[in-house]
Design a binder for this molecule. Structure first.
Ligand code: UGA
Length: 435
């Protein structure tokens, strides 16, 4: 049966979840404090770039199944089901900052008016859902509510696809009633035989951290093997392909690169280390992933210095700023470390990205030059660095590149170009983990 649901927080997660739930036929109210965002959404405009988002937004606004508001109080009162999808960023010590989550919890306590099912979508440290349950129980003095942990596994750039075709749905619950409502909310997925993992709060919370930490470890592993490949003259792509043939390993997430970024992996693995510390449990492997990833980001600078000797005064073009393709998100992207180092070293920097230039401009202002055409971005460059695997770069006209550049150095952080082809045109080319 169609339900009335409030989704609090209209960021990457809340927005995709809200739009996805409305597409399942539910009546969704998306709540956010940011007036600019709400105004855009009401007009059917997405405040972020995510493939398919505006199409689904438009469809569900027209069907009258989704609306947007800043009024959190009314939204809590009017809806029985409340999804919390606010941000839980990293604090300086790596712990999650739960201030926005706690603010929402307080609003829920203040506005209880009958049964409520509170669903935690935000990634929260283990123990947070129990804390939320105890808080509401204590303050409301009744048991007319339930708390569910329902972590998300959405990848940016493929978020809608992941929402409609997830590998699994994880539901951490306390009472049967809550479980039944959740299964009903996700009925469309149940019908297509999506695996449901039904467990307690702590298990659900940890599944999310363990999954992200494992994937980050896998990437870090292949990055270190790539570095070793360079040292011994092996080809990491062949190594990864052969490893991936072993069903226990799988070929996914074995693509070497300039270090992982994004709003999730870096934040979540730091939080997992903190959770381990608080429980006196050794998390040294995960801790090392954080260090190794920071070192990996510097490989790009090492490669540039090896080929250009001095970076001072050199024209460097950076192609790709987003932490991966199909997003405009530059949070924790390797481009941040690389560009900051290049600025420090006195290089002259031009950048291009198909979607993320507006976010880059907010970060670097006038310190670098922003070009909306990739060929303009490489004009007169001594070296070109590719940091994001956008299709535009895979299909670049290399002969044109040669004509436009002043120098001949290409550092391909994502291995999107063909080494033999670029070398045949006289480029000094370095990829990741292959000669
Ligand atoms: C990640 C997880 O994949 C999602 O399942 C999870 O829901 C999400 O975090 C989250 O916690 O919200 P996302 O951060 O969007 O999703 O991006 P990924 O596709 O996982 O990529 C993360 C980083 O790893 C990117 O910088 C990417 O370029 C890098 N990467 C990925 C590699 O360097 N090599 C690979 O083989 C795969």
């Amino acid at each position: 049966m169609a339900k009335k649901i409030a989704v609090i927080g209209a960021g990457y997660v809340g927005l995709v979840v809200g739009i996805g739930l409305s597409d399942f036929g539910h009546y969704v109210t998306c709540v956010d404090k940011d007036n600019r965002k709400i105004k855009l959404l009401k007009k059917g405009k997405a405040p972020i770039f995510e493939p398919g988002l505006e199409e689904y937004l438009d469809k569900n606004i027209k069907a009258g199944r989704i609306r947007f508001t800043r009024n959190i109080k009314e939204s809590i009162k009017e809806n029985e089901i409340i999804f919390i999808a606010v941000g839980t960023p990293s604090q300086d010590d790596g712990d999650s900052d739960l201030s926005q989550f706690k603010e929402v919890a307080k609003e829920i306590v203040k506005n209880l008016n009958g049964y409520k099912l509170i669903v935690t979508k935000s990634t929260v440290p283990v123990g947070t859902n129990r804390w939320l349950f105890n808080l509401i129980k204590e303050k409301s003095n009744n048991r007319n509510f339930d708390v569910v942990s329902n972590p998300e596994f959405l990848r940016e750039g493929k978020a809608l696809q992941d929402f409609f075709h997830p590998d699994r749905v994880v539901i951490g619950y306390g009472r049967e009633k809550a479980k039944e409502i959740m299964v009903d909310i996700y009925r469309s997925l149940y019908l297509i035989e999506t695996p449901f993992v039904l467990c307690n709060w702590e298990t659900a919370e940890l599944i999310k951290y363990a999954s992200n930490a494992f994937l980050a470890t896998k990437i870090t592993f292949i990055n270190q093997i790539a570095n070793l490949c360079e040292a011994v003259g092996a080809d990491v792509h062949v190594v990864a392909k052969a490893m991936g043939k072993d069903g226990r390993i799988s070929p996914k997430f074995l693509h070497p690169g300039p270090g992982f970024g994004g709003s999730c992996f870096p934040k979540d693995i730091k939080a997992l280390v903190k959770i381990g510390e608080k429980c006196n449990t050794d998390m040294s492997l995960v801790k090392e992933v954080i260090n190794a990833n920071e070192t990996q980001k510097l490989k790009i600078i090492e490669k540039l210095e090896r080929n250009l000797v001095k970076l001072q005064g050199k024209n460097i073009s950076v192609l790709g700023l987003a932490f991966k393709a199909d997003t405009d998100d530059i949070r924790e992207s390797t481009s941040i470390v690389v560009i900051n180092k290049l600025i420090q070293r006195g290089a002259k920097i031009k950048v291009h990205d198909p979607k993320a230039l507006h976010n880059a401009e907010k970060r670097w202002g006038k310190a670098i030059k922003y070009l909306s055409d990739e060929y303009e971005a490489v004009r007169n460059a001594d070296a070109v660095v590719i940091l994001t695997e956008w299709n535009e770069y895979r299909n670049m006209d290399i002969e044109m590149l040669k004509k436009l550049m002043k120098g001949n150095v290409i550092i391909d952080g994502r291995n999107v170009l063909s080494p033999s082809r670029v070398k045949s045109l006289g480029f000094k080319y370095e990829g990741m983990g292959r000669k």
